[in-house]
Design a protein around this ligand. Sequence first.
Ligand SMILES: *Cc1c(COP(=O)(O)O)cnc(C)c1O
Length: 369
Amino acid sequence: MRPETMLLHAGVPKPEQGGPFLPGPVFAAPFHAAGDPAQSNYTYGRFHHPTWTNYENALSALEGGSAIAFASGMAAVSAVLGSVLRPGDAVLMPADSYYSARVLAQGFFAEMGVKTILAPTAGNAQKTHVAGAKLVWLETPSNPTLEVCDIAAISAAAHEAGALVAVDNTTPTVLGQQPLALGADFSVASDTKGLCGHSDLIMGHVAVRDPKLLEGLRTWRTQIGAIPGPMETWLAHRSLATLDVRLTRQCQNALALAEFLTQREEIATVRYPGLRRDPSHAIAAKQMHYFGSVVSFVLPNKTHAERFLSACNLVYEATSFGGVHTTAERRARWGGDKIPEGFIRMNAGCEALEDLLEDLAQALEAART
Ligand SMILES: *Cc1c(COP(=O)(O)O)cnc(C)c1O
């Protein structure tokens, strides 16, 4: 079955007369479970849950491994770091990775005696730093700078050095890129972003092939309690059905917006892995099926960028990305990333392209004065 079809059919129960296509959320904390707990599929909602089972079965089919759902993307990131790293270990992270992942490694995990080594995503720089690491953390394309690295090449080097490899696959989603098939041990994602795509829930997941790694993640989730609620899990599963149609439209719009932005004289840099002349394009084309919904570009300075954002009528000024609405933000307002003050991260949504182009054109004109 092709992934586009799996999105609709994976993880849903066999058709049953009078039954729904996708069963609704099960609201239960304890389940009826008399006697030996091992005789019951479900006992208590922090250990296992039927609504998770359906969603995780769908993700497992798509990832080509076993998936486990978490309360957020950061809960998924923490589960990988927490189940793998012990005092004295080192983790190699991208210098340009998602800010909170770096803060977690360099804050909490550093205090616990775990060393963090940083190397940039661009140019596969992490490949030459794998020696001595217990875990190599990749993020490609990286958020927000959209640098790309070669997952297969770095995974091979890391495995040779005895390290495990995790890929933060949030930006492309599992439909856009399959880290496990490219050689990674962990595929990690914030499902809050493109995977669920409606800006209405926070969730995450991890997928692995090795049953021992899965057991470590499951134990971590049960003991830490970073579990998703049934309502969110059901909404996430429901959202999977439209992932392909959403991504197809969003990527078309992203590419067209990127091409439009490169023609503007006040914009020095436009990054989108789908642009042929983008430095990331060659590797991205090799390992990605979709180039993603995120485009970044740099306006001359902070006030120019702020004028642009407030002149947009259709484009929402908001953080996060991957949703069906086009959004943009001046990313440097948060701090923590090495980016210019005028750096804009834009998420292409599902609107009619002409409306987006008209809005961007008028907002860019307004921002010039
Ligand atoms: C948003 C994001 C996360 C964290 O996900 P949450 O769902 O907000 O916890 C992790 N990695 C990347 C690349 C992200 O964009």
